[in-house]
Ligand binder design. Structure first.
Ligand SMILES: CC(C)(COP(=O)(O)OP(=O)(O)OC[C@H]1O[C@@H](n2cnc3c(N)ncnc32)[C@H](O)[C@@H]1OP(=O)(O)O)[C@@H](O)C(=O)NCCC(=O)NCCS
Length: 186
């Protein structure tokens, strides 16, 4: 795995993944609370394959989904980072910001704190003009993170996720956008 730029915030270290993260990542991916808005819980094998893909994408792109550590508290609580969505939708091409944390660490502001550092990296280092975020319309917690970050939703951007089964209540998605600071007019 290549060299990951590390991002520091007041309480967090966003870093490259280590082999030790995989057990905790598999626990997160098998937790029904985490997967409530994402689909089926993942097996250990599928979780490890996901971690492998995260590493490969970072090497290709120079950005991706960072492993999140709470300094002096917890070595791994999940991921926050940037991703190129692998499906077609009216808002594509786009780069998304995403997050998935261990429920034991929800309600602490960690997702928002990590996401602020990732947005700064995306705008200042990757030089993105816009970063989007999307989630199942029912995913109140994730939408709250997007709103805390100052991302905005236009209902005309709402979409049906093409990789979610047509009959699933998770198919209806909302899209939030954030322009790079230099592009903002407000
Ligand atoms: C989405 C997800 C990352 C949100 O986590 P979260 O902990 O709710 O989000 P934040 O880190 O922004 O924390 C905000 C909460 O911490 C509280 N908080 C406590 N201490 C805080 C502090 N020092 N600073 C900021 N907020 C703090 C806030 O008041 C808020 O509480 P509330 O939920 O009661 O309103 C998490 O629910 C998750 O991993 N879900 C499963 C995966 C998922 O759905 N991912 C998105 C798919 S698109």
């Amino acid at each position: 795995m290549g060299v990951w730029p590390e991002l520091r915030t007041e309480r967090l270290l966003l870093r490259g993944w280590s082999a030790e993260d995989r057990v905790a990542f598999a626990a997160i991916n098998s937790d029904p609370r985490v997967m409530e808005s994402l689909g089926n819980p993942l097996s250990r094998e599928d979780s490890d394959a996901f971690a492998d893909r995260i590493g490969a994408k970072f090497d290709q792109q120079g950005f991706g989904l960072w492993a999140v550590e709470v300094v002096d508290v917890a070595p791994f609580i999940g991921f926050v980072g940037l991703n190129v969505p692998a499906f077609d939708a009216p808002f594509m091409p786009a780069i998304e910001i995403g997050w998935r944390l261990d429920p034991a660490f929800w309600g602490c502001g960690y997702a928002t704190e990590a996401a602020r550092a990732v947005l700064e990296f995306g705008f200042d280092v990757v030089r993105l003009e816009e970063i989007v975020a999307f989630t199942a319309a029912s995913n109140v917690r994730s939408r709250a993170v997007m709103e805390r970050l100052g991302m905005t939703r236009d209902p005309r951007d709402d979409f049906e996720h093409p990789l979610v089964a047509a009959e699933s209540p998770l198919r209806a998605h909302v899209l939030y956008r954030l322009l790079a600071p230099a592009k903002r007019t407000d």
